[in-house]
Design a protein around this ligand. Structure first.
Ligand code: NOJ
Ligand code: NOJ
Length: 545
């Protein structure tokens, strides 16, 4: 939190307190010398809107593009099926290939590249999607798959492997053979996000079962699996390991974010099981991690970096994945300024990086357009045999991740009653969505002349219901759709998605029918549904006036 109001020069009219790691929070706003009518004044609830003249919010309407709308509903089913097809023992793509029950195969591809393994990360993320589905539908066959995964977690945790054994580092092992045996080849290990992701999935499963009537005592078998993973996370979060892309040894944002979330949820489940000592310990470690996470902000570059002390630029789709899988309301939620400005920098890099993005870079109304997104600028992995590097390509899951993040932002803005707050940090992101582009009028409040000026201080605000605010919500929604339209363009007619699509030709590359591609597109489509609901709520609210 930066408290600017008391330190600002007296001539400065607009004083906001904004915590850029969290959402927007407005503490005090004084407007005496600001003439711009739509710069917002103190906002405490929607009710003051009645004072506004009626506004027509043009809100996105999927029906305008029926082709895309029908693709979305079809693709959400196909993505779900794409996930099921890769789960052992009977999934359509893996049946008869000795895959143990509950094992999530990363891709049915056996060579160029061989992804016929059970990655702990991919498995946990995918099972999380099934838990979410089970929470909504109560579908018994989905539950069966999750229960098989749970049994598999038990045997995986106890399988000695090159990272160690149970209780001695073994939980950091990133991948296993599909029949449950350890993978003994050389690999980037340990990877410390795995236990955290697995704990998150299992904790949310326990929660769902409780919602559906299970007694806490009947769920102790789950806590017995969750606790070793939480212990691992709580003891090793400060130790370096390999990143989610399995390449760099170090300390990583994605890993730390999911570890933080695991401990946050862990604290809660531990006290539900009256394991008070553990709850306290997870709480203390989560606080440490929360502080540590701030060190990933690079003030000079103006965005978050994925790996500390790395020679890379630091830009990485993993930063957004960290917010999606590990963010919480107070620590880097997907709509926070630092995440959004990072998204902006990543997209700008990717736009210029891949030849296929050129054709997608302009549109008729001059709003920003979506492009294909790769993992990170320096990526040279082209999806084939390992060690045979050329140049990286855009990935389905990274492109879907940008869409997911933007839908999350739209949901947040649509549900918010505080209007639109544009900080110096996010001006480059938001202003292009307002037409005509507002001129920043720094003479109103030239924070840059003061010693405490920070890029993260708020500088411009628009009221809810103002043309600017509503335009931004609607235009960002369309922008997000653009990223899913890129996915649509490169997926095949059956909705299959490999890992990558070619930077020159757009054709699919890399491991075919990648489970994580399906999961990420399903996740983005589900977030889109939430954004649409939030927009409809907003529209209904405004229509009352
Ligand atoms: C395989 C890893 O899974 C992938 O992330 C990496 O880019 C390649 N190896 C090349 O190192
Ligand atoms: C390579 C990716 O870099 C890694 O994140 C993933 O776990 C594996 N492929 C399996 O999909």
């Amino acid at each position: 939190m930066r408290l600017l109001s008391t330190l600002l020069p007296a001539t400065c009219a607009l004083a906001l307190v904004v915590d850029p790691t969290a959402g927007h929070s407005i503490d005090s706003v004084a407007l005496s010398s600001i003439r711009r009518s739509s710069v917002f004044s103190r906002v405490s609830s929607f009710s003051w809107l009645r004072k506004q003249s009626p506004i027509l919010i043009s809100l996105p309407d999927a029906a305008q593009d029926s082709d895309f709308a029908s693709w979305l509903s079809l693709q959400s089913v196909r993505s779900f099926e794409g996930i099921l097809a890769n789960i052992g023992p009977d999934g359509a793509n893996v049946a008869g290939q000795n895959v143990s029950p509950g094992v999530v195969v990363a891709s049915p591809s056996h060579d160029h590249p061989n992804y016929f393994y059970h990655w702990v990360r991919d498995g946990a993320i995918t099972m999380r999607a099934l838990v979410d589905e089970y929470e909504k539908s109560g579908n018994a066959s989905v539950k069966e798959l999750i229960d098989a995964y749970v049994d598999n977690v038990r045997s995986t945790q106890w399988t000695s492997n090159p990272s160690g054994q149970f209780g001695r580092g073994g939980l950091g092992e990133p991948k296993f053979e599909v029949d449950g045996k350890p993978f003994v080849g050389t690999w980037g290990r340990p990877q410390r996000d795995g236990p955290a992701l697995r704990a998150i999935t299992l904790i949310l499963y326990a929660r769902t079962l409780q919602h559906r009537g299970a007694s806490i005592d009947s769920l102790r078998y789950l806590y017995d699996l969750i606790k070793p993973d939480l212990e691992y996370v709580s003891k090793f979060w400060a130790s370096p390991g390999f990143d989610l892309w399995e390449e760099q040894q170090g300390l990583h944002f994605f890993t730390a974010m999911v570890q933080f979330k695991a401990l946050l949820l862990g604290q809660e489940i531990a006290s539900n099981f009256s394991d008070e000592g553990a709850a306290r310990w997870y709480h203390i470690q989560a606080n440490g991690l929360k502080q540590f996470l701030l060190s990933f902000w690079d003030e000079e570059r103006g965005y978050l970096i994925e790996t500390l002390a790395s020679p890379r630029s630091g830009l990485d789709a993993a930063l957004l994945l960290g917010a999606i899988h590990g963010g919480s309301e107070t620590v880097f939620p997907i709509h926070s300024d630092m995440i959004i400005t990072t998204l902006q920098a990543l997209v700008a890099d990717m736009r210029a990086r891949y030849p296929i993005n050129e054709q997608d870079s302009y549109d008729s109304n001059s709003f920003p357009t979506a492009v294909g997104i790769g993992r990170y600028p320096e990526d040279v992995y082209s999806g084939g045999d390992l060690g045979n590097s050329e140049l990286g390509n855009p990935w389905f899951l990274c492109t879907a991740t940008v869409a997911h993040t933007l839908y999350g932002l739209v949901e947040h803005l649509a549900l918010s009653n505080s209007g639109l707050i544009i900080s110096n940090l996010t001006a480059d992101f938001y202003l292009p969505f307002i037409s005509p582009t507002p001129v920043m009028e720094p003479h109103y409040c030239d924070f840059s002349a003061t010693a405490i000026w920070s890029r993260s201080a708020a500088m411009l605000g628009f009221m809810p219901g103002s043309r600017e605010t509503e335009q931004v919500i609607s235009n960002i929604f369309d922008y997000a759709d653009g990223f899913l339209k890129i996915v649509k363009k490169h997926a095949d007619a059956e909705g299959n998605m490999s890992e990558q699509f070619d930077r020159q030709t757009g054709f699919m590359r890399g491991a075919r029918q990648l489970t994580w591609s399906s999961e990420s597109v399903l996740g983005a489509i589900n977030m889109r549904k939430r954004a649409v609901e939030a927009i409809e709520k907003r529209r209904a609210y405004f229509q009352r006036f």
